[in-house]
Each structure stands twice: as structure tokens, then as C-alpha cells.
Design a protein around this ligand. Structure first.
Ligand SMILES: Cc1cc2nc3c(=O)[nH]c(=O)nc-3n(C[C@H](O)[C@H](O)[C@H](O)COP(=O)(O)OP(=O)(O)OC[C@H]3O[C@@H](n4cnc5c(N)ncnc54)[C@H](O)[C@@H]3O)c2cc1C
Length: 489
């Protein structure tokens, strides 16, 4: 009897950021589990994989040029860490600096401990904080008594002002949430970014009542991580001993023996082939091969231009997801040259302070091994949705802005050990009001496209765990489509 051989399914993954790398990993795994032989090619436009990930050793510092940590209360990141066998490489945030600062009238002041982006988890610590006036504090605490008016969706600004008052919004909530999304809170959809707050209102009427309820439950399980930190819940964040690139390098190692990894290869177009697959071409019109399946792991603006001729309605929806740009000025300083003790993970700056920077991350205070003894690595963020005009400035001008602001706020003087500007153009998706419905429509349209799937930060979350999960789910959907199996319920 002649042996029956099954031709492997040729799959192209487009975009070699963390989403594309994770997609290759899960396509390999799932195809093995389903005994579906696959032949995967990963196309990356740049000369390196990782996209927004980048750890660069420099002058004794370990510089993070993009993402520098991931949260563990969403499963995607920590699950992949376990699957890659990287648990021993994980490091926690340094507890002695576990707090964040907010600028008020030019002075960096600690965020009240237990303040969880929008809600005071320990309301009485707010009373001691100089960040708000007495009237502002009373207005925040009055939230306890406000009846719930649950909405399906609302902008962050409208929700925060309605629940906690304008002062708390302008002085605490806007800079803390703006720091994460580099977004305009007057347009940001709460359902798409922080749905738990809408759910808390729907369930308990008041967010303060909801957190007090959670606290009672947490104290029964002694989960102090929910209570201690000031600012974001930093106890929930992790990185790796040699920086975030550990994850990207481990993914490359896991996939490289069975995937073709093509750097410096931009995919410019997709066209349908007679055999129900896709022909990929580069910008010179050269064929990059035919594939039965394509997983597009690109930010929405890039996916838009790729898909416009093939699926115009899908591309139009993708085009309506706006992205903001930001620059990070990374600098290294001797602590001797800084007046402030820098005893925090970072500083966020309210828009009402009218400064030229958005935030400062004290990267080497969050994690050990990021700066030599006696020195500190600072990452100053400029741009975002509210300050796009500043990004027209040259690198030298951005460095000058960062150093002037650091001197004014923290008393940073002297010549830095190094300065580096990293520009992230259209890298931060802005989940504006209507985003949830738009993504639902995108998913419907993509489901009609044979052998094509989408993953990345444009859809159900911008953080590392979100994009990893989106890669895993897109891989599952793609293999189901290619096997002509019905979609999962
Ligand atoms: C400055 C910054 C800091 C962040 N910090 C954190 C953090 O600390 N923690 C966290 O959880 N999240 C953070 N995020 C968010 C998170 O890092 C990103 O959402 C995530 O890394 C995006 O990964 P991605 O693979 O989807 O996209 P990208 O990293 O943008 O990768 C897309 C890749 O596609 C390639 N590409 C583009 N066009 C083509 C084409 N036509 N053909 C082939 N390849 C193409 C690009 O070169 C790029 O490598 C941060 C984001 C930014 C911008």
C-alpha cells in the first residue's frame, strides 16, 4: 500500500512583534495537538523581531526601549511564561520603592496608598493626601453614597467626573489612566479599557462600596497585593532578570526550528489565489509565496493598508481605530546628581499642569539590574494623544525638554551617563467610545474571510497578556477555518 502523506498547510504570520511570535508558537502547538501538519512563515518588516519589545545593554545599564513589565492578573502573559519554561527568569518589582508620584503645582507627591487608578481602596488614606483639596476629598468619598447609574459605555472622563468629581479626575485619574493609554480621556471608552469599573457600578452601585466588599473578601484570603501599593497595583507586575527581551528571545528559540523566520520582509499585499489561499507580495511586487492561511499580527493602520484591496469593509473599520505616537527619552544618571530621593517607580503628570512631558518611569527602581550601583535609569515619556505636536521636535530637542523637566521636577543636574530617544510612531491604539462595537463588527467581517485571521493590540486589549491571548485565540480560529471545522461557540 502506498503511504498517504498529507501536505502541510502553509501559513503566513505577518508582523514579528510579540503578537506574531506568540501566534507562531500557538499555531505550532495547536497543530501538533490536532495532528494537522503546518508549515509556518513569519514575515517581519524590520531587521529584528519583538516590535515594541527591546532590551539593550548600554554603559552598564539594561535599557528597556519599549514595554518594561507585564501584569499577572490577566492570564495570557504568565501562561506563556510557564509554557516557555521561563518561571525561573521572572523578577518581581522591588518592594522598597513600591509607590508612584503625581505632580501637583510642580511638586511630585505620592499617590495615596491603595489608590487603584480611579478608586481609593483605602478611602481614609486619601484624607491625608495633599493631592486634593478638602472639597475634592469630600467629593471623592461622597461617591460611596451616590446611586449607581450603570451605562453600557461611557468615556473615562465622563464616568470619572460623574462618580468622583472634576478635581479627582483632573488631578489623579486622568494622569494615571492617561499614563497607561497615552490617550485623551474625553474620548476613551471605559468599556473597552477598564470595564471592571463599569461592572463595579452595575453590581454595587458605588465603586467605593465595591472595593470595600472586595477588601473584606481579600482580607479573608490575606491578599495584601490588592491593598498596599500606591498607584497602579504594582505587586501584580513582573519582568525578567535580563529584561523583557527574555520573552521574545525564548519565543524565537521555541519556534525557529520549525518556522521560517523572514526579517527585513514587508508584506505589501494579499491577493486571493484560485486554490482559496493567498498570494503575498512585497513592496516591489515580488511574490513572497502562496499560503492557505494568513494571520495578520499588525497594528491596525498597517493591517488596513494590507487588507484594503481584499476586504474593503474590514479595512475601513480597521482604519477607524486611531493610534497615538510617543517618544521615550531614556537617560542614565548618577544618584548623586539628583536632589529628590527617587523613591518611587515613577511619576505621572496631570494635563492641567501644562508640562511638556507625560510621565517619568524610574525603570531601575521598579526592577533590579537596570542601572549600575549608585545610578538610576529614567524613561521620560513625551507625546501621546494630548501632546502629538511635540513629536515634530528633533531628538536633540526632545532630550533637552526631558532634561529641563527632570531638573525642574526632581532636581536632576549634571551630564547624564547616556541619553537615547526611542520613537514609537502610531504604536498605541486609542480605544475610543464605540470601540467594543467596532471590534465586534471587525470580528464578524473577519470570520467571513476564508483562511484569514487578525490578532494584536487593536482589538481586545493593549497590554502584553492581552496581545498574547489574542494571538492564541486567532491561531485557534485560523486552524479551525483551515480544517473547515465550525467556529467554537
Ligand atoms: C512605548 C510603549 C510601552 C509599552 N509598555 C508596555 C508595558 O510595559 N507593559 C505592557 O503590558 N504593555 C506595554 N505596551 C503595550 C504592548 O507592548 C504592545 O501593545 C505590544 O507589544 C504590541 O505587540 P504587537 O506584536 O501586536 O505589535 P508591534 O510590537 O507593533 O509589532 C508589529 C510588528 O509588525 C511589523 N510590521 C509592520 N508592518 C509590517 C508589514 N507590512 N509586513 C511585515 N511586518 C510588518 C513591525 O515592524 C513590528 O515588528 C507598551 C507599548 C508602547 C508603544
Amino acid at each position: 500500500m502506498p503511504e498517504i502523506t498529507t501536505e502541510p498547510l502553509r501559513i503566513a504570520v505577518i508582523g514579528g512583534g510579540i503578537t506574531g511570535l506568540a501566534a507562531c508558537f500557538y499555531l505550532q502547538r495547536q497543530s501538533q495537538d490536532e495532528s494537522t501538519p503546518v508549515d509556518i512563515t513569519l514575515f517581519e518588516a524590520g531587521d529584528r523581531f519583538g516590535g515594541v519589545f527591546g532590551t539593550v545593554p548600554r554603559d552598564g545599564y539594561l535599557v528597556e526601549t519599549g514595554a518594561d513589565m507585564f501584569i499577572t492578573n490577566k492570564p495570557g502573559g504568565i501562561k506563556l511564561v510557564r509554557e516557555l519554561g521561563l518561571e525561573s527568569r521572572l523578577i518581581e518589582t522591588q518592594p522598597q520603592y513600591r509607590r508612584s508620584l503625581i505632580l501637583r503645582r510642580g511638586r511630585p507627591l505620592p499617590t495615596p496608598s491603595g489608590f487603584d487608578l480611579m478608586v481609593p481602596r483605602t478611602p481614609w488614606t486619601l484624607l491625608k493626601s495633599p493631592l486634593l483639596s478638602l472639597a475634592g476629598k469630600v467629593r471623592v468619598l461622597a461617591e460611596y453614597f451616590l446611586p449607581g447609574r450603570p451605562q453600557e459605555d461611557e468615556t473615562l472622563a465622563s464616568f470619572a467626573k460623574r462618580r468622583f468629581g472634576r478635581e479627582a479626575f483632573e488631578r489623579i485619574i486622568q494622569p494615571m489612566v492617561g499614563g497607561i493609554y497615552t490617550a485623551d480621556p474625553e474620548r476613551l471608552s471605559l468599556r473597552a479599557t477598564l470595564p471592571r469599573f463599569l461592572d463595579m457600578e452595575a453590581c454595587h452601585g458605588s465603586l467605593i462600596r465595591a472595593v470595600l466588599h472586595e477588601r473584606r473578601q481579600a482580607s479573608q484570603h490575606r491578599d495584601s497585593r490588592l491593598e498596599d501599593a500606591s498607584g497602579a497595583r504594582y505587586g501584580l507586575f513582573l519582568s525578567f532578570d535580563q529584561g523583557m527581551s527574555v520573552m521574545q528571545d525564548a519565543l524565537i528559540e521555541a519556534i525557529e526550528s520549525r518556522c521560517q523566520l523572514r526579517r527585513n520582509t514587508s508584506v505589501a499585499s494579499l491577493t486571493c489565489t484560485a486554490g482559496q489561499g493567498y498570494l503575498l507580495r512585497d513592496f516591489q511586487g515580488n511574490s513572497l509565496g502562496e499560503f492557505a492561511g494568513v494571520l495578520v499580527a499588525l497594528p491596525a493602520p498597517r493591517a488596513t493598508s494590507l487588507l484594503a484591496p481584499l476586504a474593503p469593509e474590514l479595512a475601513a473599520e480597521l482604519a477607524s481605530i486611531e493610534y497615538a505616537s510617543a517618544a521615550i527619552v531614556v537617560t542614565g544618571h548618577s544618584l548623586r546628581n539628583i536632589r529628590h530621593p527617587m523613591d518611587a517607580y515613577g511619576l505621572v503628570i496631570p494635563a492641567v499642569e501644562n508640562r511638556r512631558i507625560l510621565a517619568v518611569s524610574c525603570t531601575s527602581r521598579k526592577f533590579p539590574g537596570r542601572a549600575p550601583e549608585g545610578a538610576i535609569q529614567l524613561r521620560t515619556f513625551i507625546g501621546g494623544a494630548l501632546q502629538q505636536h511635540l513629536l515634530k521636535e528633533s531628538d536633540e530637542a526632545l532630550i533637552a525638554i526631558a532634561l529641563e523637566e527632570l531638573q525642574d521636577i526632581f532636581g536632576v543636574t549634571g551630564t547624564p551617563d547616556f541619553c537615547q530617544v526611542v520613537r514609537w510612531n502610531r504604536a498605541m491604539p486609542q480605544y475610543h467610545l464605540g470601540h467594543v462595537e467596532r471590534v465586534r463588527h471587525i470580528r464578524e467581517l473577519a470570520s467571513l474571510q476564508p483562511g484569514l485571521e487578525l490578532a494584536g493590540n487593536a482589538y481586545e486589549g493593549v497590554g502584553i497578556p492581552d496581545v498574547i491571548e489574542s494571538a492564541e485565540l486567532a491561531s485557534q480560529r485560523l486552524l479551525r477555518k483551515l480544517n473547515n471545522a465550525p467556529p467554537a461557540a
